[in-house]
Design a protein around this ligand. Structure first.
Ligand SMILES: Cc1cc2nc3c(=O)[nH]c(=O)nc-3n(C[C@H](O)[C@H](O)[C@H](O)COP(=O)(O)O)c2cc1C
Length: 219
């Protein structure tokens, strides 16, 4: 225990919340209540000026999920084709990732719930000063909190953005006003199996500069 938290549990949640695609249980229903609980937790996330300019669209209707999934698949097809050509023989990690992403694109409509977090504004035209950072930073912490809250309740999700190439079409299908921005599309389901592993990542000491650019320290 540290600071009142069980560190082992907290660190396990933070290090093993993965992009879940193949292990989404397509056969098990997700209760609306658990989604609202997780959105309530996510609403504790920080936002600029504490504005909380977010809304969450939970898509459960079969026809509407299919519309969203079809646009996702269309976008995915264009995204993945050049990627597949570039994978070097023996690059197992990239093969696994593209295989998993392809699976999701094929099965998106069957996922019990598709969640689209939205911002109640349009993004700034140019990346001027803090505007873009403020805009996207106003929603992204909440989305990740939502994913962590799901994971701790046995539900998996994956951050996806490819449907945004068809943001208008998806927005029209869901009645989203043109003044609103969709930030992501999260397939959500209970996950199969019991546990996830931490992924290989570069050492923090290599990525952390102290007082000056490139000034690393090994402690
Ligand atoms: C901004 C962003 C956009 C992403 N877009 C997609 C996407 O469109 N489709 C997809 O399958 N995964 C998408 N991902 C998931 C990443 O592929 C995944 O987080 C990454 O491969 C690391 O996997 P891990 O979280 O399991 O370690 C996205 C993640 C982020 C943060």
């Amino acid at each position: 225990m540290s600071g009142g938290f069980d560190l082992a549990q907290t660190d396990r949640l933070l290090t093993t919340t993965r992009a879940v695609r193949k292990r989404l249980d397509l056969t098990r229903a997700v209760e609306p209540k658990v989604l609202l609980d997780c959105i309530q937790i996510a609403s504790q996330a920080p936002s600029g000026s504490n504005a909380q300019r977010w809304r969450w669209i939970v898509v459960t209707d079969t026809e509407k999920k299919k519309t969203v999934a079809d646009y996702y698949a269309l976008s995915f097809k264009d995204y993945i084709a050049p990627k597949l050509d570039l994978i070097e023989p023996g690059d197992h990690a990239s093969v696994r990732m593209t295989d998993s992403a392809s699976y999701l694109a094929e099965h998106m409509a069957e996922v019990p719930v598709l969640v689209i977090p939205c911002v109640l504004d349009r993004p700034p035209e140019a990346n001027a000063g803090e505007q873009s950072a403020g805009f996207w930073g106003g929603i992204l912490p909440a989305v990740w909190s939502f994913q962590l809250a799901l994971r701790s309740r046995g539900l998996g999700s994956a951050w996806t953005t490819l449907h945004l190439n068809y943001e208008k079409e998806v927005g029209d299908a869901l009645g989203v006003p043109p003044t609103v921005t969709q930030a992501a599309l999260l397939p959500v389901a209970y996950y199969t199996g019991t546990d996830f592993k931490a992924a290989p990542r570069r050492a923090a000491a290599e990525l952390t500069y102290w007082d000056e650019w490139k000034a690393t320290r090994s402690l």
